[in-house]
Write a protein that binds this ligand. Sequence first.
Ligand SMILES: Cc1cc2nc3c(=O)[nH]c(=O)nc-3n(C[C@H](O)[C@H](O)[C@H](O)COP(=O)(O)OP(=O)(O)OC[C@H]3O[C@@H](n4cnc5c(N)ncnc54)[C@H](O)[C@@H]3O)c2cc1C
Length: 381
Amino acid sequence: MDFTFNEEQRLLQEALHNFVDKEVKPKARHVDETGEFPWESIHRLGEMGMLGLNVPEKYGGAGADEISVAIFLEELGRGCGSTGLISEAHLCLATAAINMFGSDEQKQRYLIPLAQGNTLGALGLTEPGTGTDLQGIRTTARREGSEWVISGSKMWMTNAGVAGTTILLCRTRPERGSHSLSQFIVPTDTPGFHVDPPEKKMGLHGCWSHAVSLDDVRVPLDNLLGEEGKGLHQTLAVLDGGRIGIGALSVGLGQAALEAALAYAKERKTFGQPLVNHQAIQFKLADMATKVYVARRALYHAAWLKEQGQPFTKEGAMAKLFATEMAEEVAYQAIQIHGGYGYSQEYPVERIYRDARLMTIGEGTSEVQRMVIGRRLIRES
Ligand SMILES: Cc1cc2nc3c(=O)[nH]c(=O)nc-3n(C[C@H](O)[C@H](O)[C@H](O)COP(=O)(O)OP(=O)(O)OC[C@H]3O[C@@H](n4cnc5c(N)ncnc54)[C@H](O)[C@@H]3O)c2cc1C
């Protein structure tokens, strides 16, 4: 199998690598320390066409493939976890949902501004009382004349405070079951849509996640996304792609931790030798590099399967599981190689460690990935 990037992908990677080194990575510490939203980088990414990278050109996107999306998010992850997750939630969750299930009219109205980077998107699944168990969702959407009326609350909605367009998963039938939920396109300026201040988090300080309350939010009947009662299936399909996005960010975070550890180990001396000359340190670096390499291969293979239109749910879950746990482990070892300085905010590895920690939780925890993989294994056997 040949996974060499084609010319377009190679040029994209080169351009993004340079952009991230010049514009994103140098700001990562400031973004982390202040919790400021990285507007400048996000605007630039919009101008570069990155915020609609895999959206068809007729809907304002760049029409690129899934490998390119993985390249984009890996490079961002290498530079700044916050900027990476903002872009991932926008592109792989909200924008992807409309791209996959929207009508032509919905795409004209909502997808074009998202793909052109004129507004950001957010996806609201999780609620204060439920996350993994999506069938436990209590936010309701009821039909009243020519409108849907949405009531309830969402939790942890990434980008909700800066987004113009959100996709909300709501209950349209009272009974628990796979046909009880539907997705809706809800603009954030709709009366009754209230966003709380950003949650105070362990890491990813520049990527804002919010509790949102929905107080009789009225949207036209046309704002139903896809089919009524198909919201759970549609959401799972969106999350399949999201796993590749989070996996790519994690590969980038792991790569950044590896690069930082290698640079430090070349400089720091103990017992009259640079750290890299000690075999125990070389072994750590070798293990870290091997894990980043394997995660990257698995991730790009899943992205390739998606691009080919082949089933990729199991491979995407495997790639997400391995890449996210790899990023945490590699960042942990990078701190170890830095010794005491690894625990200091003077060096990037403690930030990378905190940022990487989310990746095994968001868009399906590691436990959920193991459930998805386990079920597929049994079904296929
Ligand atoms: C920074 C951040 C950003 C986020 N962004 C978004 C967003 O944009 N949109 C959105 O909708 N959500 C978002 N989330 C929410 C995230 O997707 C959920 O936190 C995640 O899905 C887990 O749900 P939960 O927190 O309710 O945990 P729970 O579902 O309560 O699970 C708790 C623990 O139990 C485990 N568990 C649950 N059920 C089982 C089972 N059957 N078997 C074994 N183990 C199980 C879980 O894996 C987990 O370890 C975000 C979260 C964070 C922290």
